[in-house]
Write a protein that binds this ligand. Structure first.
Ligand code: C5P
Length: 215
C-alpha cells in the first residue's frame, strides 16, 4: 500500500506550498490536481470546445498531452507554465471542473500519481473522491482576508500589480462556484482534520502535519 496524504481546501489557502513542504520532508511525490483541471481548461479553450459541453471537454481532458521539462509545463508544443498560474485560468478550471464527465476523465490519471515511498495530493476532492481511504486528510483553510493578502504579496513580488479587494472578490467567487457545484463540491471529508493556517507560518503548518502523520 502506497501511503497518501490529502491536502484539500479553498483557493489560495496555501495547499500547494504545504503539500510541497510536507512532500519534501518525507521524500514523497506531489500531485497538484488543480493543475490538471487548469490544463484541461486551457486545452479545451485552445481547441475551441464549448466549455458548457461536459462530454466535449472530458474527451479533451482524457487525452491531455502534458509534458514536464526543466520546471516548465508543456501542453503539446505550447509552454503553458505562465498561463497555468493566471486567475483567469483558475476560473476556467473551476468551470470545467463542474462537469462530472471531466472529473471522471481525470480520475485514473490522479490515481496513477501514487508512487513509493508515498504521495501528497493537493486539491479539492482528494480526501472525498480520489483517495477516500487515505490515512491522513487535511482540510486547509485561512480567512479570506489572509488568502487575498498572500496572493497580493505573491503578485507584487513578481512585479504584477493587483488590488487586495479585487483578489478577495475573485477567490470568494471561485470558492462559491466550487462549493455549490453538484459534482464533488468543495467540502472537508468526514474524517479530515481541519487546519486554519491564518496565523501560522509555513514551517508551523508543516510541522503540525508531520506530527499528525507520525501519530
Ligand atoms: O487549486 P487550483 O486553484 O489550481 O484549482 C483550480 C480549480 O480547479 C479549482 O477552483 C477547482 O474548481 C478545480 N479543482 C477541482 N478539484 C481538484 C482541484 C482543483 O475541482 N481536486
Amino acid at each position: 500500500d502506497i501511503p497518501v496524504i490529502c491536502i484539500d481546501g479553498p483557493t489560495a489557502s496555501g495547499k500547494g506550498t504545504l503539500a510541497d513542504e510536507v512532500a519534501q520532508a518525507l521524500g514523497y511525490v506531489v500531485l497538484d490536481s488543480g493543475m490538471l483541471y487548469r490544463a484541461s481548461g486551457l486545452a479545451a479553450q485552445r481547441a475551441g470546445a464549448d466549455l458548457d459541453d461536459g462530454q466535449a471537454v472530458a474527451a479533451i481532458a482524457a487525452r491531455l498531452d502534458l509534458h514536464f521539462s526543466r520546471g516548465r509545463v508543456l501542453l503539446g508544443d505550447d509552454d503553458i507554465t505562465d498561463a497555468l498560474r493566471l486567475e483567469t485560468t483558475g476560473l476556467l478550471a473551476s468551470k470545467v471542473a463542474a462537469h462530472s464527465e471531466v472529473r471522471h476523465a481525470l480520475h485514473q490519471l490522479q490515481l496513477d500519481y501514487r508512487r513509493l515511498p508515498g504521495l501528497v495530493a493537493d486539491g479539492r476532492d482528494m480526501g472525498t473522491a480520489i483517495f477516500p481511504d487515505a490515512p491522513l486528510k487535511v482540510f486547509l483553510t485561512a480567512s479570506a482576508a489572509t488568502r487575498a493578502e498572500r496572493r497580493y504579496k505573491q503578485l507584487i513580488s513578481k512585479g504584477i500589480s493587483a488590488s487586495i479587494a479585487g483578489l478577495r472578490q475573485d477567490l470568494e467567487a471561485r470558492d462559491l462556484q466550487d462549493k455549490s457545484r453538484k459534482a464533488s463540491p468543495l467540502a472537508p471529508a468526514a474524517d479530515a482534520r481541519e487546519l486554519d493556517n491564518s496565523a501560522l507560518s509555513i514551517e508551523e503548518s508543516k510541522d503540525l502535519v508531520l506530527d499528525w502523520w507520525a501519530q
